[in-house]
Every structure is written in structure tokens, then in C-alpha cells.
Write a new protein. Structure first.
Length: 335
């Protein structure tokens, strides 16, 4: 009987390997699926939360201010910053107080994306205030200590997706990012809503699939904050804490922002925002503001404001916002 023949030159892998056309078909299906997800992400982006809706509406917000000022002839004042200014300023109360003081009317709006700091503000300003017609007359910037120094960590996904214009990416890569990973991530987030808003999509899915996920996350966050606060108090009580933070803070980003505004003939006003406990304002920041002739309206200790005026120990509540808005109107009226 003849022995069965075997083709020893053809391996099982070669025999069962897909053809090139089949591989292309798989890649095409994968690309189509990713493209579909990207389209869905772009459609859903403004509705992920109220903050992204406000960011999505920024061009219209600025156009509305421009149109109102064009009709009234009043100066345009933009209140700039993050959630501290967003929740702390009541524009109606501010306008009422200015009328009581017989001050000229102004047209105002708030540009206050949540969780932002000085580098976000630089690129946001460059992106959305592109023309002379869109420039405000006065930019009032609210902040607390860490928002204005160079050591504040960069939130690359959010920065690249929402605040950096395409034309400004070379400047971002050259000036503000350190390594290839950051460069690649910023480029990808700038192009893709799926990547740039990934944490929010992930959070939405987890909230949908895991009962009480957000509540558990909040509990963990509070436990971490409490532990950090206890550790800081322990160091302070033992005398081992060394106040070196102020000495390590630098303010090149703040200087860039001031120079950007002044190049467009925009008057900047800095407002250190109130907190339950008066925080230390780095004297180097004050000196820098003075160097450029930038007015600092210090709201860290407003008379009559108490812990009860803060909604959550950080943001102003209704009563605190009323006190701050009246105080700010008085301070602006004296300028």
C-alpha cells in the first residue's frame, strides 16, 4: 500500500490564513465602526453635560455680546475663569448695583468653563476671540492660587479638544508639552471627539451599567480628600511642614495671558476669589500684575461673608454670590 503523501512545505497557518482581500474587508469594517462611534461622539458632545453645552455655545455667546454692545454702544465686559466665577457672579445683581451707583451701563457675559486654569484660558481666548470685533473692552479674571501658576497640571484631553484652535497646535507643542506621548495625545484629542471626551463617555457607560457608581466615586473622592487634609493638619501640628510651595511657583503662563490681552488693547482685571478661609496670594503674581499695570481687585476677604455663604466649602452659594456680585460692582465702579 502506498504511503499517504504530505505537503511539508505548506504550514497549517499558510493553509488557513485569510486572503489580502479578506484582511482589507476586516480593516474596512473596523474603520467604519470607529467612524460611526466618532460621529455619535460628536453629536452627543454638547449634551454630555451643561459645561460642554456652554463650550459648544461659546461662539454664539460672544456674537450675542458683540451684537448687544453694537446696539447699545456700551463697553463689553467679559467675566472669565471657571466654576468659581460661573457660580459666584450674579450678573443681574451686578447690573442692579451699578445702576444704584449711577454708573454707565455695560454689556456683560460669562466665559467660565469648569475646571480650567491659566493655560486653558490662553488658548480659549486665542480660539474664540479671533477678531477685533469680538474682543472685549475689559476682561475680569477670577481665580484662586493654583489657577494662575505654571505648576498647575495640564489637562491635555480637555485642552486639546475644546480650547486649542488648529492653528495653535504648533505653539502648544513647542511651548507647553514635554514629550512625544503628550504630543500624540493632544493631536489625537484635537481631531477626535471620541478620544477628547473619552472620560465622560466612560463615566456615562459606568453610571448606566453599575448601580450607584457615581455615589461610590464621590464617597471615595471624599475619603481621599479627608485623608489628605488629616495628613496636612498632622504635619502642621508637628511643625514638620515647610511652606516652600510659594517659592516654587512661577508665572510665565500668566505673563503670556496678560501680554496676549494687552496686544489686543483689552484691559485685564484680576480678581482673587473668596474662599471660606483666606488663602495666600503669591506676591510674585501681584508684582507681575503691577509690572503690566493690571488691576487686582482682592475679593479674598469680603466683609460680612461667612462659611454659610459657600454652597460646598469651595463655590459661593446664593447668598455668597449676592454679596460677591455687589462687592464686585462697587469695586469696578471705583476703577
Amino acid at each position: 500500500m502506498a504511503a499517504p503523501s504530505h505537503d511539508y512545505d505548506a504550514s497549517p497557518t499558510d493553509i488557513h490564513a485569510p486572503t489580502f482581500r479578506q484582511e482589507l474587508r476586516v480593516i474596512g469594517v473596523l474603520l467604519a465602526f470607529v467612524t460611526l462611534l466618532e460621529i455619535i461622539a460628536r453629536v452627543l458632545a454638547p449634551s454630555l453635560d451643561s459645561d460642554r453645552q456652554r463650550i459648544h455655545d461659546l461662539p454664539q455667546t460672544i456674537t450675542n455680546l458683540e451684537q448687544r454692545a453694537g446696539k447699545s454702544g456700551c463697553p463689553r465686559v467679559v467675566f472669565f475663569g471657571n466654576s468659581l466665577m460661573l457660580r459666584g457672579l450674579d450678573e443681574d445683581i451686578l447690573h442692579d448695583e451699578l445702576r444704584k451707583l449711577s454708573r454707565p451701563a455695560i454689556e456683560t457675559t460669562k466665559i467660565t468653563p469648569v475646571g480650567t486654569a491659566i493655560l486653558d484660558w490662553i488658548y480659549l481666548y486665542q480660539r474664540y476671540f479671533r477678531t477685533e470685533g469680538s474682543q472685549p473692552d475689559v476682561l475680569v479674571v477670577g481665580f484662586v492660587a493654583h489657577h494662575i501658576h505654571d505648576q498647575e497640571p495640564i489637562k491635555i484631553r480637555r485642552l486639546a479638544r475644546h480650547f486649542v484652535a488648529i492653528r495653535d497646535f504648533p505653539a502648544l507643542w513647542r511651548t507647553d508639552l514635554d514629550d512625544f506621548h503628550q504630543l500624540a495625545q493632544s493631536a489625537l484629542c484635537g481631531m477626535s471627539a471620541l478620544e477628547g471626551d473619552q472620560p465622560e463617555h466612560q463615566m456615562a457607560i459606568l453610571n448606566l451599567c453599575v448601580p450607584d457608581y457615581q455615589a461610590g466615586l464621590n464617597v471615595n473622592h471624599n475619603l481621599i480628600e479627608d485623608a489628605a487634609a488629616r495628613k496636612a493638619r498632622s504635619k502642621s501640628d508637628s511643625g514638620s511642614a515647610t511652606p516652600t510651595a510659594a517659592a516654587t511657583e512661577t508665572f510665565t503662563r500668566m505673563e503670556r495671558f496678560i501680554e496676549l490681552c494687552q496686544a489686543h488693547h483689552v484691559r485685564m482685571v484680576l480678581v482673587p476669589m473668596p474662599q471660606p478661609k483666606v488663602w495666600d496670594l503669591n506676591p510674585d503674581a501681584v508684582s507681575l500684575a503691577r509690572k503690566y499695570g493690571v488691576k487686582v481687585l482682592d475679593a479674598r476677604a469680603i466683609g460680612g461673608m461667612t462659611d454659610a455663604d459657600f454652597a460646598d466649602g469651595y463655590h459661593l452659594g446664593v447668598t455668597g454670590a449676592a454679596k460677591f456680585s455687589r462687592w464686585l460692582a462697587d469695586a469696578l465702579a471705583e476703577m
